[in-house]
Design a protein around this ligand. Structure first.
Ligand code: PRP
Length: 211
């Protein structure tokens, strides 16, 4: 049986649609219940519903053979997994944003609020800019409004959270999208189950591109 870790929440709905469209029955997941382990009808696949940031942890440790996760989570976690393919959805950008009209004081460390301290540190290390990281777990946009930070490093999808909180992008760090990842040992020992999944996902994505 193939164990697949799927993210709950925003990415989840898109993942279920793609998997269902390519013959991996996920319909059980669209039911509004609290089960976290679901099997498809013929017992070929077991789906584990996990918090998005935990997907690479389940996969790295072999609790799941493959998983779907945003590139943001992969870059932040740095887990030892194979990144197999870009699934082309969940597209957004990792950005630096600040209050509209913000002027940076280059004489002081930049205070950066973020859910992504590793990504923020790497980005500013590359520019030799000293920063102070303020690690938050959500509603990051509040930090500069309240003076807790100067800027934020966060994902921007539609941009409406920034707009509605009077913030603007001052730098785009990198593009983000959902990725299929695999456990390294599973790639050897379960290739007979993982390769057909990759082929099915590729086929589906090509069909979508044509449509
Ligand atoms: C993410 C991100 C932004 C928002 C961006 O937060 O941290 O706040 O989405 O999306 P937008 O550009 O379409 O407005 P999420 O919704 O995951 O919630 P959180 O604040 O609890 O992290």
């Amino acid at each position: 049986m193939l164990n697949i870790a799927l993210p709950k929440g925003r990415l989840g709905d898109k993942v279920y649609k793609l998997f269902s469209a390519c013959g991996y029955d996920c319909s059980a997941m669209e039911r509004d219940d609290r089960r976290l382990v679901l099997r498809d009808e013929d017992g070929r696949v077991q789906y584990l519903l996990v918090k998005p940031s935990d997907v690479p942890i389940y996969v790295e440790h072999g609790a799941a053979d493959v998983g779907v996760v945003g590139k943001d989570v992969l870059l932040e976690g740095g887990n030892d997994v194979y990144e197999l393919m870009d699934l082309g959805f969940g597209v957004c950008h990792m950005c630096v944003a600040a209050p509209v009209g913000f002027r940076e004081d280059l004489g002081a460390p930049l205070r950066v609020a973020t859910k992504y301290p590793a990504i923020a540190r790497r980005h500013y290390a590359g520019k030799s800019r000293e920063i102070e990281v303020i690690k938050l777990n959500g509603s990051i946009e509040l930090a500069p409004i309240l003076g807790l930070s100067d800027v934020i490093v966060d994902i921007v999808e539609t941009g409406s959270t920034l707009r509605q909180n009077h913030l603007e992008i001052i730098e785009t760090i990198l593009p983000i999208s959902a990725r299929l990842i695999a456990n390294k040992a599973a790639m050897k020992f379960k290739s007979g189950e993982i390769n057909p999944l990759i082929t099915a996902l590729r086929g589906c994505m090509q069909e979508e591109e044509k449509a």
